[in-house]
Design a protein around this ligand. Structure first.
Ligand code: HEC
Length: 182
């Protein structure tokens, strides 16, 4: 799979708004300065991740998990509830979502997600939820489907991801409906 130059530009635009490592900033400054953007496009590499006790998944090009974790369609209504639930997604602690204004107090630590379905395909949203560190190693967004390499986990939560594979798919299904034009 090849990443097309417009996709890269979109990525740069998005990431450009966010805090990132100096080295990444320098690399992107170099990129945007290049006339022949196509020069830097490389074939995406796939990595299979097997976290202890969890369903293995394939990350492509460090940006996407193309396949559903469960093979079953997600339930958007359940996804919406999980996103608001403070013990589950708790997405509103950091993200503003206009379509969820029935819940009070939306945070502004992360970007607004009201138009996310226009800007990001499901497969990229899936990786952000499973483990956003692939995209930004310094992110403060939690890895929702990960059990290894986490710190300060209470005993009763050890070995369990914050969200199950089906809960991740339910949230993707709701995120898929978030378009400002509708
Ligand atoms: C502790 C704060 C925090 C929580 C909780 C959180 N996020 Fe994020 N999220 C961020 C930050 C900060 C970013 C910006 C990107 C980065 O840091 O790499 C982000 C980025 C994103 C992006 C990419 C947006 C873009 O336009 O590039 C998506 C999608 C996303 N989050 C979805 C979610 C969902 C869905 C939940 C709940 C299941 C959630 N986030 C929970 C902090 C958070």
């Amino acid at each position: 799979m090849l990443t097309s130059p417009p996709a890269i530009k979109k990525q740069i635009f998005r990431e450009g708004l966010l805090p990132m490592k100096k080295s990444a900033k320098a690399a992107i400054a170099g990129l945007t300065g290049l006339a022949g953007l196509a020069l830097v496009v490389t074939a995406a590499q796939a990595k299979v991740i097997k976290d202890d006790g969890l369903t293995p998944y394939e990350v492509v090009g460090d940006v996407a998990i193309p396949k559903s974790l469960t093979g079953k369609p997600g339930d958007p209504a359940r996804g919406r509830k999980l996103m608001a639930n403070r013990k589950k997604g708790n997405c509103l602690a950091c993200h503003k979502i206009k379509q969820m204004s029935d819940f009070l107090f939306h945070g502004e630590i992360g970007p607004e997600l009201s138009d996310i379905a226009t800007n990001m395909p499901d497969e990229e949203i899936r990786l952000r939820l499973v483990n956003p560190k692939f995209v930004n190693p310094d992110t403060i967004m939690p890895a929702f489907y990960k059990v290894e390499g986490l710190f300060r986990v209470k005993k009763k939560f050890r070995g369990k991801p914050i969200l199950t594979a089906q809960e991740i798919e339910d949230i993707i299904a709701y995120m898929h409906t978030l378009k400002e034009s509708e």
